[in-house]
Write a protein that binds this ligand. Structure first.
Ligand code: GN1
Ligand code: MG
Length: 375
């Protein structure tokens, strides 16, 4: 029963009212996430998100929560200056009760050494796993673009790298090569084609790291995990309300944020679709997101950066495909899996998707070029 997973935790948070119900939210690949329903004394229901932090991915939960709170405070202050009411627009974490088990007032460490945190579930809003109508992706683009704008004056040196070298695709390639040669789960034998795929794209996937190193792209503070389900869409107005999952807000490139959102949202199939013939790129969705994103960031990003945005799609797609294959080779130690070959299925789906984006690359660059010149 789900309740057994959380019953030792919930009394350590300052939730309002009486516990009523729990359900598991299954779309994340890293942390374990639950939605709790409480009933307040006035009868009104209030929902919370409770998460167990995956400490294989996030090794310093205290530092992680410090980052997250700094980002929240920064954005809340920016909203106040712009006279925007921050309620439902930014995550709100629930403090733990007086019983301190960590350095953070927002974390509870249980007897198994697991770290937990909780925030208010944003009511009447949805985090979609799939686009249900094209304009929704325009809104997602606007939401992530606005988030980028809010972070444009964030002092990067205040942030800890919660996952060091998270989008350092060069280092990820070396890690991949090491996993191929270690072959610790005995799975490399039949993967020659897949392994070659990444060797063939080695230069392309290093290009953003190189451009950052050469100073040709600015290092910014970015979200770094801009899947569609990391932006909440208002159920009533259809507008992007709030960007969530702030765990990987770190110095990075705007190209990754733009690229990862398109990779996930403009695909015609799920991220782990086993039938490769279903995988393609929906160019209408590509245009929707691009329009929304650029409408927000056009004055904050440099012209070269804007023109290079589509490169982010290829690089982040390649990086993720390789991360999935690396985890398969390592024996599924990082991403949650729900079947034995899940990581291999994900890797193959993302490889196919990358081939589709490669075919559309010139068309995507043309579109962005025209849009930037129009502005
Ligand atoms: C993970 O857990 P989730 O869905 O927010 C991963 C991302 C991947 C994504 C692929 C910290 O994100 O980098 O792009 O899965 N997050 C981390 O679905 O590794
Ligand atoms: Mg997420």
């Amino acid at each position: 029963m789900l309740y057994n997973n959380i019953k030792h935790v919930i009394n350590h948070f300052r939730f309002e009212g009486e516990y009523e119900d729990v359900e598991e939210l299954l779309s994340g690949n890293i942390n374990s996430t639950y939605r709790l329903t409480y009933r307040r004394p006035d009868g009104k229901k209030v929902k919370y998100v409770l998460q167990k932090i995956n400490t294989v991915a996030f090794r310093q939960p205290d530092e992680l929560m410090k980052n997250v709170q700094l980002v929240i405070d920064h954005i809340t202050a920016a909203m106040a200056r712009a006279h925007i009411d921050p309620s439902r627009r930014i995550l709100e974490f629930i403090p733990t009760t007086g019983y301190q088990t960590t350095d953070s007032p927002l974390l509870y460490r249980d007897d198994h050494n697991d770290f937990w945190r909780a925030d208010v579930f944003i009511d009447k809003a949805t985090a979609y796993d799939q686009i249900t109508e094209p304009h929704m992706f325009y809104e997602a683009g606007r939401g992530f673009g606005e988030f980028q704008k809010y972070l444009s004056d964030f002092p990067a040196d205040k942030l800890v790298e919660t996952i060091p070298d998270f989008h350092n695709t060069k280092k990820r390639f070396y890690k991949f090569v090491a996993s191929v040669s270690a072959d610790s789960a005995g799975r490399a034998g039949e993967l020659e084609k897949e392994i070659d795929f990444f060797f063939d794209r080695r230069k392309m996937m290093s290009s953003i790291v190189d451009l950052l190193d050469e100073g040709k792209l600015p290092l910014r503070v970015t979200h770094n995990d801009t899947k569609l389900n990391n932006v909440m869409i208002d159920d009533d107005t259809g507008e992007a309300l709030c960007v969530i999952d702030l765990d990987t807000v770190m110095p990075g490139s705007s190209l990754y944020d733009y690229g990862d959102a398109i990779r996930y949202g403009a695909s015609t199939a799920a991220e782990d679709e086993p039938d490769l013939s279903k995988i393609g790129v929906d160019m209408e969705l590509f245009r929707q997101f691009t329009d929304g994103f650029i409408s927000e960031v056009k004055d904050d990003l440099t012209r070269d950066e804007l023109l290079m945005l589509p490169l982010g799609i290829k690089v982040i797609n390649c990086e993720l495909a390789m991360r999935f294959l690396t985890d398969y080779l390592d024996g599924d130690v990082y991403f949650k899996v729900n079947r034995p070959q899940h990581n291999l299925i994900r890797a193959r789906a993302q490889m196919r998707l990358l081939e589709c984006f490669e075919e559309k690359y010139d068309e995507m660059c043309d579109y962005v070029g025209k849009l930037v010149d129009k502005e």
